[in-house]
Design a protein around this ligand. Structure first.
Ligand SMILES: Cc1cc2nc3c(=O)[nH]c(=O)nc-3n(C[C@H](O)[C@H](O)[C@H](O)COP(=O)(O)OP(=O)(O)OC[C@H]3O[C@@H](n4cnc5c(N)ncnc54)[C@H](O)[C@@H]3O)c2cc1C
Length: 372
């Protein structure tokens, strides 16, 4: 007879590794399955750095979650003795009434977060490698920073395994069904049976929704790293905050040089695709477009192109996450926090998933309900 698990976690990327860690920590018998060997570069959780910020322009409801997530990242750092998080401060740069600046300020005011407002000239004075548009302003929040996603996933999987989770890589789920009070997950190795199933499949989730009305659009995103051609010290994480920029036609972000170059990426202007047919190469025109953006806003960063990578966003229609029970199968939990801003929350998502599995009441999740 097949061994019966308390929980099967499918997908061991950012959310699945966090869920497996938290479930195992609570003493549950956990089986984790992944299609690849995480951390890997096929999904949404690669590219060396992820921004963590508190003055949350997307919605003030995220602020308590990111604060809890940060405490848990620190706890994880202490647990594994590895550096996972560096505080750099964060700039939100745009017109005073832009979604970015207005939204970040509203979140900061609602939650009493520390911040400063700077004029464009003040930004240039404090951070001479930045060249915001003359009419722009910036919200500077001191508590933002950078997480190292591959190290974070490695750390969470290490803790999960240490606490007894059985983690099996290169064993993709082929299908799942609920039958006779159990969840049955089929893989090429056979059938696994559990009381609960967590779907943490990132951009692969749409194949496995089984009737849940979650509209996800998978978007190709590019990340570029350039070596500064002058004033390298001005781009170091000690001297330069992470920055989100909103201009009249796009939003993009820049991350200081942690040794691999200054990172730049546009937020949401990619092709709609899926993990099977996504174009994983980047052409010269796309490199030139990233360089042009740097030349305009961080001109001295636009030196030699060091590296580039394609990554995937899983976007909901409203840009918020889905973290909920499956609408037809209460024993199945869906964890799809992406829309391009989910990584920073992974630790707290792991905790929320574990509480959903345990049927504990949780406040403040209405933005993340599965509709349908
Ligand atoms: C370029 C880029 C920049 C970003 N920047 C930020 C940022 O600065 N700050 C921030 O907070 N967020 C950011 N995000 C968003 C964040 O990275 C994502 O929200 C997060 O990584 C999503 O994690 P996930 O676990 O849902 O997906 P993934 O990490 O992709 O995990 C899904 C896992 O499921 C596995 N899988 C797939 N199919 C199967 C199957 N059939 N059986 C078993 N396993 C399977 C995959 O192998 C994979 O390991 C960014 C995303 C991208 C792409």
């Amino acid at each position: 007879m097949a061994e019966r698990w308390d929980v099967i976690v499918t997908g061991l990327g950012a959310m699945g590794s966090a869920a497996a860690r938290e479930l195992a920590r609570r003493g549950l018998r956990v089986l984790g399955l992944d299609r690849y060997v995480p951390p890997h570069a096929h999904g949404s959780t690669h590219g060396r750095t992820r921004i963590i910020r508190e003055a949350y322009f997307e919605h003030p409801a995220y602020v308590p979650l990111v604060q809890r997530a940060e405490r848990l990242w620190r706890e994880l750092e202490r647990d594994v003795g590895d550096r996972l998080f560096v505080r750099t401060g964060g700039l939100m740069i745009g017109a005073e009434d832009s979604d970015l600046v207005r939204g970040a300020r509203a979140s900061a005011d609602e939650h009493g977060l520390p911040y400063e407002m700077l004029t464009s000239a003040e930004v240039r004075g404090r951070f001479p490698v930045l060249a915001p548009e003359r009419h722009a302003v910036a919200l500077l929040e001191p508590r933002a920073g950078v997480l190292f996603p591959e190290a974070c996933v490695r750390a969470m999987l290490g803790c999960a395994a240490r606490d007894g989770a059985d983690l099996r890589t290169t064993e993709p789920m082929l299908s799942w069904r609920v039958e006779g009070g159990a969840v049955r997950v089929a893989t090429a190795m056979g059938e696994h049976v559990a009381d609960h199933l967590v779907l943490a499949l990132g951009p692969w989730l749409p194949e496995f929704l089984d009737g849940a009305q979650v509209q996800l659009r998978i978007e190709r995103q590019m990340q570029h790293w350039f070596a500064p051609r002058a004033h390298a010290e001005g781009f170091s994480p000690d001297n330069l905050p992470v920055a989100l920029w909103e201009t009249s036609d796009r939003m993009f972000y820049t991350i200081p040089d942690f040794g691999d170059g200054v990172k730049i990426a546009v937020h949401h202007d990619g092709e709609i695709t899926d993990p099977q047919r996504v174009r994983r190469t980047i052409n010269e025109q796309e490199d030139a477009s990233a360089r042009d953006l740097l030349q305009h806003f961080l001109p001295e960063a636009a030196g030699e192109l060091r590296e580039r990578a394609v990554c995937l966003y899983s976007n909901t229609t409203d840009g918020h996450f889905v973290i909920d029970h499956h609408p037809m199968h209460h024993e199945v939990v869906i964890a799809s926090p992406c829309s391009g801003h989910g990584f920073k929350f992974a630790t707290v998502v792991g905790e929320i998933v574990a509480r959903l599995v345990a049927d504990e009441p949780i406040e403040g999740l209405s933005l993340f309900h599965c509709r349908g």
